[in-house]
Design a protein around this ligand. Structure first.
Ligand SMILES: NC(=O)C1=CN([C@@H]2O[C@H](COP(=O)(O)OP(=O)(O)OC[C@H]3O[C@@H](n4cnc5c(N)ncnc54)[C@H](O)[C@@H]3O)[C@@H](O)[C@H]2O)C=CC1
Ligand SMILES: O=C(O)[C@@H]1CCC=N1
Length: 266
């Protein structure tokens, strides 16, 4: 059995620990946060161990870094004080490239991962970028973790910010669209509860169709769209308002922000 030690127990780590704790895995989990009570609450909720920083680092085969980008430099300075030989570092920190870790921790195995918060319901999609010192066994360990949490793909470090714009931040875009649809439904005469229920269930159902129907998003969209019907009217309005550009600009801003972070925080 291998031990995964989480450093930082915020939103992302909570989603991952929640997901892992639902399945019978070969992993033992330890968690540390600078706010001790936060790690303890999480540990109690999911039946995992909370421990000190040193215990977590020394007792883990996989050290899972889940702090904000602004905190990574200080954390790497702390990690450099420990003997990490043979351990695997998994980092989910947005925007910070593999070379930063490899410079700070020479010779240590690092895999950079961009998961998403759907890890909590085992429906994440994660991108994994392999560092130079990672053994095949360590790569398999990372695959075992992210396969439990959903789907994954290996990708080059240079594409990680683009992947972040699609799937790392992506859940928020769908939640935002759900909020906007609910607000519009209310304006059109539904109650808030009716509109929120309908918008959320529509998002869930459409996602399930994408997952289970074997059809593409284009095919599924066409099946809803009658010629000159109601959906057609809505989609034409989206097109005329330039939705494709709006989506591109938002995702470009996301990737650009990820790119800025390394220079800003390291
Ligand atoms: N929230 C999300 O949807 C996703 C987040 N990420 C990445 O995951 C990382 C964490 O994000 P969130 O969980 O959303 O942030 P968060 O703010 O909820 O959690 C970060 C945690 O790290 C703790 N922390 C800070 N410095 C620490 C240190 N030196 N040692 C131990 N704990 C420390 C904080 O107290 C906090 O509990 C970020 O780098 C983000 O880019 C990646 C994919 C998705
Ligand atoms: O907003 C953020 O910076 C993080 C990275 C991907 C999702 N949330």
């Amino acid at each position: 059995m291998q031990t995964i030690g989480f450093i930082g127990t915020g939103n992302l780590a909570s989603s991952v620990i929640k997901g892992l704790s639902q399945q019978d895995t070969d992993f033992r989990i330890m968690a540390y946060d600078v706010f001790q009570e936060k790690a303890e609450l999480l540990a109690q909720t999911y039946g995992v161990a909370s421990a000190s920083f040193a215990e977590t680092i020394q007792g883990s085969d996989v050290i899972f870094l889940a702090v904000k980008p602004k905190d990574i430099k200080g954390l790497l300075d702390q990690l450099a004080q420990f003997n990490l030989t043979g351990k695997l570092i998994i980092t989910v920190v947005a925007g910070i490239g593999l070379s930063v870790y490899e410079q700070a921790l020479p010779g240590i195995a690092v895999i950079r991962v961009m998961p998403n918060t759907s890890s909590a319901v085992l429906q994440a999609v994660s991108g994994l970028a392999r560092g130079r010192c990672v053994t095949d066994g360590q790569a398999k360990t990372a695959e075992a973790i992210f396969a439990v949490l959903g789907k994954f793909l290996w990708i080059s470090d240079s594409k990680m910010n683009a992947l972040t714009a699609v799937s790392g931040s992506g859940p928020a875009y769908f939640y935002f669209l759900t909020e906007l649809m609910a607000l519009a439904g209310e304006k059109l005469g539904l109650t808030r509860d009716e509109a929120e229920f309908l918008a959320a269930e529509t998002m869930v159902g459409a996602g399930k169709m994408l997952a289970e129907s074997g059809k593409t998003s284009l095919e599924l969209r066409e099946a809803v769209t009658s010629p000159n019907g109601t959906t057609y009217a809505a989609l034409e309005s989206f097109r005329q308002a330039g939705l494709a550009d709006i989506v591109y600009q938002a995702m470009e801003a996301c990737a650009k922000r990820a790119e800025e972070m390394e220079g800003e925080y390291v």
